[in-house]
Design a protein around this ligand. Structure first.
Ligand SMILES: [Zn+2]
Length: 108
């Protein structure tokens, strides 16, 4: 049961994971390349900026990993309890306990 939904959700999560990993290696190579020849102030502000982005990205990555675990045993927690549609991942990232899809939630 729910094999189709499970594989759709897994595919989406894996795509997100690829994006997140690409971003992380991007920022890491970027800070490594620009840091040596930049004036200190610029290094620090860029570092700070990318640190915040990196922290957010790491948090997102943790959520994706969590969801990848969760989808194995509990695919139903990704489905709208009202209409059965797959709940949008961005919605679940913001509200991991959401049980309604966007459409059902906004028509309540
Ligand atoms: Zn729904």
């Amino acid at each position: 049961m729910y094999e189709k939904e499970r594989s759709i959700i897994k595919t989406k999560l894996k795509q997100e994971l690829l994006k997140v990993n690409a971003y992380i290696s991007d920022v890491e190579s970027y800070t490594a390349i620009t840091a040596p020849e930049s004036p200190l102030g610029i290094i620090l502000s860029k570092q700070k900026e990318s640190d915040i982005q990196l922290q957010r990205t790491y948090a997102r990555k943790r959520k994706i990993m969590n969801f990848l675990d969760r989808v194995v045993d509990d695919v139903q927690s990704f489905l709208c309890t009202n209409c059965g549609a797959i709940i949008d991942l961005e919605r679940l990232f913001l509200m991991p306990k959401a049980s309604l899809c966007e459409t059902c939630a906004s028509s309540k």
